[in-house]
Design a protein around this ligand. Structure first.
Ligand code: HEM
Length: 399
């Protein structure tokens, strides 16, 4: 399926990903992109979790890695470096640390809803699901959440921009253009955080940036590029995905009014409903790995060093794993979806994303009744091959 067709069909994820998998077979080589793709649950699970066979560190295999990434975060390292980095940064994300943020997340949600309650209408994305995670992560990092228009611009640049032209361009040209945009964006983002680091070195505070500066692994501090890479990862990857989780949830509930009614009556089902949204409309579509040795998958041998894309969003519709995968069922049990990945790289922010979604949706459904999507406008999805979610989601409600 060409990327433009894929992007056009994302509103019907089951049909879209079933078509993609059927068309490609269990494993296929993407001639245009020069990478391999796997679609089935077991293969995506193995790709995400067998870090000896599948490396997250493209710098060993890509010709000009410095053009793409500066510094290394947990996301792009393998053990033993990954273990060291993860043990450092995970201290800020312990279940206790996350649980202690619940009251503040509720307060931010109430403040955001107060601003729209009187008008009986809101854009779920602009008024709630975008600002909430940005304010939360900004407060964790200790940076002004008022800069969030700037953060949004950087996020959009990193994951969305120019993908519109994906199927039209010559792939080499396209890759070059994307690399240039990413490099420019990272330069701006890193300049911003360099300034924050300089301030915190002089005057540490109780925030994540100060904690990262003070942190040591086996007697060594994190390098400045490593801290910058991690801050950039949190600000971009953590926010946009959580925005889409909340947006996708409302989209699913709007398509299934009986689920919305049930959740009004039984808010205790919200966490389970969130898991089903993660499966049915996975905010992060894929993970990438590099083969560390020639590896055979379904009779095809993938040479060492080649990039393999694992489609999380496809795996989450695999009928071997999920009975009646096409059904959006908020009471689904044994929902072992792969929306947060698997293995050592399992999403560090998953408990935070789940908590934010639970609180935001809980308060929204408690305060507002008859939440309905504005039918006068068609839904536009984000034009990115990495993430899935609506760009805007205007709704009306009774407060
Ligand atoms: C890793 C998805 C929210 C921070 C991952 C991975 C996925 C993912 C699929 C695995 C990548 C791989 O294996 O290569 C999501 C989704 C989210 C979400 C769907 C929201 C619904 C967050 C948040 C944060 C965060 C809120 C932090 C504030 C991270 C980090 C990693 C990661 C640091 C790298 C972990 C490692 O490599 O050890 N995420 N994420 N994510 N995520 Fe998330």
């Amino acid at each position: 399926m060409n990327p433009r067709d894929l992007l056009d069909q994302l509103l019907n994820p089951y049909e879209c990903f079933t078509a993609l998998r059927t068309e490609s077979g269990p494993v296929s080589y993407n001639e245009r992109g020069k990478f391999w793709e796997v679609f089935e649950y077991d293969d995506v699970l193995a790709l995400a979790s067998d870090h000896e066979t599948f490396s997250s560190d493209g710098s060993q295999f890509v010709e000009h890695p410095d053009q793409m990434v500066k510094g290394q975060s947990v996301l792009t390292t393998d053990p033993p470096r990954h273990r060291q980095l993860r043990s450092l940064v995970s201290q800020a994300f312990t279940p206790r640390a996350i649980a202690s943020m619940a009251a503040r997340i509720a307060e931010i949600t109430h403040n955001l809803l107060d601003q729209v309650a009187w008008q009986g209408a809101m854009d779920i994305i602009a008024d709630l699901s975008y600002p909430l995670p940005v304010i939360v992560i900004s407060e964790m990092l200790g940076i002004p959440s008022e800069d969030r228009a700037q953060f949004k611009h950087w996020s959009d640049q990193m994951v969305v921009s120019e993908y519109e032209d994906l199927s039209r361009d010559n792939i080499e040209e396209y890759n070059k253009r994307v690399r240039t945009i990413m490099r420019q964006t990272l330069d701006e983002l890193y300049d911003y955080f360099r300034q924050v680091l300089a301030e915190r070195r002089l005057q540490p505070r109780h925030d994540l940036v100060s904690a990262l500066l003070a942190a040591q692994i086996e007697g060594e501090s994190l390098s400045e590029p490593d801290i910058l890479a991690f801050c950039a990862l949190l600000l971009i990857a953590g926010n946009i995905t959580t925005t889409n989780l909340i947006g996708n949830a409302l989209l699913c509930f709007d398509e299934h009014p009986e689920a919305m009614e049930q959740l009004h009556a039984r808010p205790d089902l919200i966490p389970q409903a969130i898991e089903e949204v993660l499966r049915y409309r996975s905010p992060a579509l894929l993970v990438g790995r590099y083969a560390t040795r020639p590896i055979e998958i379904h009779g095809q041998t993938i040479p060492r060093g080649q990039l393999i894309i694992g489609w999380l969003a496809c795996a989450n519709f695999d009928q071997v794993q999920f009975p009646q995968p096409e059904r959006f069922d908020i009471e689904r049990t044994l929902n072992r979806h792969l929306a947060f990945g698997h293995g050592i790289h399992f999403c560090l922010g998953a408990p935070l994303a789940r908590l934010e979604a639970k609180i935001a949706l809980g308060i929204l459904l408690e305060r507002f009744q008859h939440i309905r999507r504005e039918r006068t406008q068609s839904i536009e999805t984000i034009r990115s091959v990495f993430i899935m979610g609506p760009k805007h989601l205007p709704v009306t409600f009774r407060a």
